[in-house]
Design a protein around this ligand. Structure first.
Ligand code: CDP
Ligand code: CDP
Length: 213
């Protein structure tokens, strides 16, 4: 079973998905970190993300795994490295959306996401989980917040991330763009606390018999 949480940068997906998963006893999967891990590896190899043929050739050599460690944490291994803080580097922030437009990248990560969710109950967050990766799940949530609130949240975290540019590329790309699934519950988080958002989602799930103690 997959609970899909999509939305633009700093709408609160990661914080909410992690807390929700803990609350209802599901595993938490961060699909954005997969795109970041591939981008980080490409940059490490000196590959220009704008050259999709070079990226495709590199993908054939890259080994990408993900899963859950003993304590239930989602991990990503790329060419035997386990990048963590590296995934938030500014070079990754500035290139990840470009890399994410490439269909071969989306296919590779999409297949890993299906494999990691097989036979499990997961809360998975990203941009296209409810629209493209698991369109059949009835549990879809789309988080949003005003651009100003989102910019402030990122600044408060000390990131000088050009989220407008990423949002623009993510929303206008040809394959699996960021968009609201017609059957998604849309939640504007601008004036909600994290707990408030988690409460709103878990309330809806509870009515469906999910997450009841
Ligand atoms: O945490 P934040 O919302 O800033 O970004 P993220 O979830 O780590 O995702 C980083 C980037 O990966 C996004 O800006 C998208 O370009 C890409 N992405 C995607 O294309 N599809 C997904 N399901 C998740 C992320
Ligand atoms: O994953 P995504 O980029 O959508 O957002 P996030 O990394 O979960 O949230 C970005 C920042 O906004 C974090 O520091 C959250 O604590 C904060 N936030 C908040 O203060 N209130 C909310 N309702 C949602 C997020």
């Amino acid at each position: 079973m997959v609970i899909a949480i999509d939305g633009p940068a700093a709408s609160g997906k990661s914080s909410v998905a992690r807390r929700l998963a803990r609350k209802i006893g599901f595993d938490y999967v961060n699909s954005g970190a997969m795109y970041r891990a591939v981008t980080w590896e490409l940059l490490r190899e000196g590959i220009d993300p704008a050259r999709s043929e070079s990226v495709e050739a590199a993908l054939a050599r890259i080994s990408l795994d993900c899963g859950f460690s003993g304590d239930g944490e989602f991990f990503i291994r790329v060419n035997s490295e386990l990048p963590e803080v590296e995934l938030r580097e500014s070079s990754v922030n500035s290139q990840v959306s470009e890399v994410s437009t490439i269909p071969a990248v989306r296919r590779l990560i999409g297949s890993r996401l299906h494999a990691v969710a097989a036979g499990r109950r997961v809360v998975m967050e990203g941009r296209d989980i409810g629209t493209a990766v698991f369109p059949e799940t009835p549990h879809k949530f789309y988080l949003d917040a005003s651009p100003e609130v989102r910019r402030r949240r990122r600044a408060a975290e000390g990131h000088n991330d050009s989220i407008e540019k990423r949002d623009r590329i993510d929303s206008t790309r040809r394959h699996a763009p960021l968009s609201v699934a017609p059957d998604a519950n849309v939640i504007d988080t601008s004036h909600l606390t994290l707990e408030g958002v988690v409460e709103a989602i878990s309330g809806i799930l509870r009515q469906r018999g999910i997450g009841q103690e």
